[in-house]
Design a protein around this ligand. Sequence first.
Ligand SMILES: [Ca+2]
Ligand SMILES: [Ca+2]
Length: 386
Amino acid sequence: MSIDRVCCRLLVIGALLAMMLGVTSFGLPLVHAQEFEIEVVKENVYLPWSLNFAPDGRLFFTSRDTGEIHALDVTTGDLVTFTPRLPARAGGEGGLLGMELDPDFAQTGVLYVCYSTATQYLPVIRALNTTAVAHAWPATSDLAVNRLSRLVLSGTQLRDEQVLFTMPHGPRHNGCRVLVSPDERYLFISMGDAAEDDRAQNLNSLSGKILRINRDGSIPADNPFPGSPIWTLGHRNPQGLAFQPDTGWLWSTEHGPDTRDELNIIKKGENYGWPICLGVQPTCSVANYEPAVREFYSDRTIAISDLVFYTGSAFAQWQGDIFFVTLKTGRLYRLEVDGEEVVQEEILVNNTYGRLRDIAVGPDSYIYFSTDALDKAKILRMKPVS
Ligand SMILES: [Ca+2]
Ligand SMILES: [Ca+2]
C-alpha cells in the first residue's frame, strides 16, 4: 500500500489559508481543519460502482462493466471474485451498478443488486481484457431493462436470483443506488429518467423516481401512491442515497443537466421538480414540490455521485457530516448540516485521482472511496495522519 501524503499536505495548506481568511471558497465559515492521509487499498480493479462493507469486515464491491461482485480484504489486499458473473449489459452508463447487503446477510447471504440487462444476450469479448466477458446490446434496444434482484451468496457462489422488479433502461441516467432503511424493513432504490426526461413526472413510469419496497419485493401498504413502489418523483438521475443517523432522514444526491447538481432530503410523496424546475428554485408549478437543500452550482455541475454520513471515531470532529464524491471534477466534499441547512462545506480531494464513484465508511471508521476508471481503478481510504 502506498501513502499519498503530498496531496494531503497541499490540501491542509489550502485549508489553513482558508482559515486565515476565515471562509471557504464558497463563503461558508470553516471551523477547523483535520489532517488526513490517503492510502491506496487496491488498484487495477474494474470500475467499482458500489462499495459495501460486510459484517466480517470485507469490502464487497460491484464492477460495472464485468458484471462481477468481489470481496476485498482491506488489510491484506486479497481479492475474491464470486461466480457466476451477472448478465449485466455494460454500455453507456449501464452495467452492474448498485448493491446492498441484507441486514441478515451474515446468516443468509442475501444481497440485492441493481443492474442493466437484456432479455436476449449476445455474449462478446469486450476490449476490456480477455477474461472480461460482457454482453452486447441486443439488436432491439427495447429489450434492455434495469433489474432489481435478490441473490444469495453461498461460499463464493451467487445463486437463486429472484428478480424483484424491472425498470426502464437508457443509455444514460440509470440510477440504481440501493439502500436498506435503518429500521431494516424497506429497500430504497434510486432510478434515473433513462434519458427520457418526461418520464420523471409520469406516475405510470418507474423512471426518474426513488422507490420503496419491502425486503421481500412486495409494495408497502403505506406507500404514497397505492400499489406503486414510487416513494418520490421528479428526479433526473439520483445516484446517491444515505440515511442520516440522528434524524433518520433519507438524503440523496442527484445529477443536474449542465447546471445545478442537487442535494435533496427525500420526503414521502414529494415531487423534486425535474424536468420543470431545478436545484434550489424555491417554487414550481408541480404539486408537492420540494426544492433541493443545496445545488452545485448555478452555472455548472460537478457530476455528484454517492454520499455517506460519517460515523466513527477516527475523525471525531467530522461525526455526522456528509461526505460525497464527484465524477467529472474528481472531488471529495465534506458538508456539515444543521437541520435542512448546509452550514459548512469543504473540498478534501480535488481531482487528485480522477473521477470518483462511490464512498463508504469502513468498520475501522476510515473513509473509503473508489475511482471511476474502466479498468485500473483504485479503492482508496482516508485516515487521520498517524
Ligand atoms: Ca430537483
Ligand atoms: Ca456508497
